[in-house]
Design a protein around this ligand. Structure first.
Ligand SMILES: [Zn+2]
Length: 129
């Protein structure tokens, strides 16, 4: 019985077929942020004051286009992705700060520890009398 030499060919064909169709590449237009002033170009809004209609991609802007806020060149803008891009960053922003860093045990230790110190200090005042 000969080994199936065609197996690898079949596999490579499957890999090619499973590559994403071009439709998926056409997502929402990317927004671009001005590195000088933080202005964000919204392709869905455009730049009406300069005659840039809504739906104009940043890459389709005329070369003479400048940042509406600081007149920076398009070259100083950076791609910040699509608006609805899920990052999860804001959701996790609350964690890792303040008391959330401490375990409940550490919190109790802090509370009762400071009480004990205050009590000891109080008693030392009485001891002086
Ligand atoms: Zn700017």
């Amino acid at each position: 019985m000969e080994p199936d030499l065609n197996n690898s060919d079949i596999l490579s064909q499957q890999v090619e077929q499973s590559s994403p169709p071009e439709v998926l590449l056409i997502e929402e237009p990317h927004r671009y942020e001005c590195s000088s002033c933080g202005y964000i170009y919204e392709p869905t809004v455009g730049d009406p004051r300069r005659g840039i209609g809504e739906g104009t991609l940043f890459t389709d802007l005329p070369k003479e286009w400048r940042c509406p806020v600081c007149t920076a060149r398009p070259a100083s803008f950076s791609d910040i992705g699509i608006p609805s891009k899920p990052s999860g960053f804001t959701e996790n922003l609350g964690f890792g700060f303040g008391v959330n860093v401490m375990t409940p045990g550490q919190k109790n230790l802090l509370i009762f520890g400071s009480l004990a110190v205050a009590f000891a200090f109080f008693m030392s005042l009485y001891a002086l009398d």
